[in-house]
Design a protein around this ligand. Structure first.
Ligand code: SF4
Length: 272
């Protein structure tokens, strides 16, 4: 299949490239259908993923002003009702904040555009900006696993780079920004990542370098870390086994969770 030139980069494509250049090539350049993950129990995993998507939609509807009682009626499975209750009881500390739900920001990055869609950015203009990301993971990942993920780095850096219109047309200082992963099944254990100018410079320099590398890349090797193949849907293309393997350790478990993570492009509309 012919490669199609890539125009945008996202935290997912950058993470795929970091995890395995071959996966990046298959998914974003050759646009091979990203097959369902074949881990067992398949139906339960698929259901969990769909419920995760639905939960995002419920929270978004609530954030744009639909009353909680009305939204809550749609939380009609065990998982959804537990997540919704946890969300409702969480009292997120953003009552006086301007709330921007499902907001997309983008900025040029080399010859690409870097794009991110945020679950929620809560802002006090001239004050703090908190990025929220809802996660319906079945395990609470360690902060050390989350900190270097491209999502954590891209979301904060891009808000500095492209968020001035949300802050009285003044770019946010990195120190104004923090990112919170809020876990629907671990509501009292959010993971919080503040930001500072040194981290922003580190991230933007790394992104610029990566964009340069991708502009001239012609070789997309398979990862040496075979653990990354364990749940990868492209195993069949890479001669890395046909069936998903057993989860070997905590990190592999998180890799698997991430494959069931919510992909915004897949989220449909809910009729109210
Ligand atoms: S199966 Fe392994 S080598 Fe192939 S794309 Fe997936 S992670 Fe990369």
């Amino acid at each position: 299949m012919a490669s199609i030139p890539l125009h945008t980069l996202s935290q997912s494509s950058l993470q795929d490239y970091a995890d395995c250049p071959r996966r990046f090539q298959l998914r974003y350049l050759e646009h091979l259908h990203y097959p369902a993950v074949e881990s067992e129990p398949a139906l339960e995993n698929e259901k969990h993923q769909q419920e995760g998507e639905y939960f995002h939609r419920l929270v978004q509807q609530h954030l744009i002003g639909i009353p909680a009682e009305q939204v809550g009626k749609l939380a009609n499975t065990d998982n959804l009702s537990r997540w919704w209750e946890n969300y409702n009881n969480a009292n997120l500390p953003i009552i006086d904040y301007a709330k921007h739900a499902e907001l997309t920001l983008s900025a040029p990055l080399g010859s690409f555009r870097l794009v991110a869609k945020y679950d929620l950015i809560a802002i006090v203009p001239g004050g703090k900006a908190i990025i929220f990301d809802w996660k319906t993971y079945r395990k609470r990942p360690k902060n050390e696993w989350l900190a270097p993920r491209w999502q954590t780095r891209v979301y904060r850096a891009l808000l500095v780079q492209a968020g001035a219109h949300l802050n009285d047309n003044k770019p946010f200082a990195p120190e104004q920004i923090e990112m919170i992963y809020w876990f629907a099944d671990f509501p009292t254990e959010p993971a919080t990542f503040p930001y500072n100018a040194t981290q922003f410079k580190r991230d933007w320099d790394a992104l610029t370098k990566l964009a340069r590398e991708l502009e001239s890349a012609s070789d997309y090797p398979k990862t040496d870390d075979r653990q990354k193949c364990t749940f990868c849907p492209y195993r069949g293309y890479c001669d890395r086994g046909v069936r998903a393997g057993d989860v070997a350790d905590a990190e592999a478990e998180m890799e698997a969770e991430e494959l069931f993570d919510v992909n915004f492009e897949q989220i449909g509309e809910i009729a109210f």
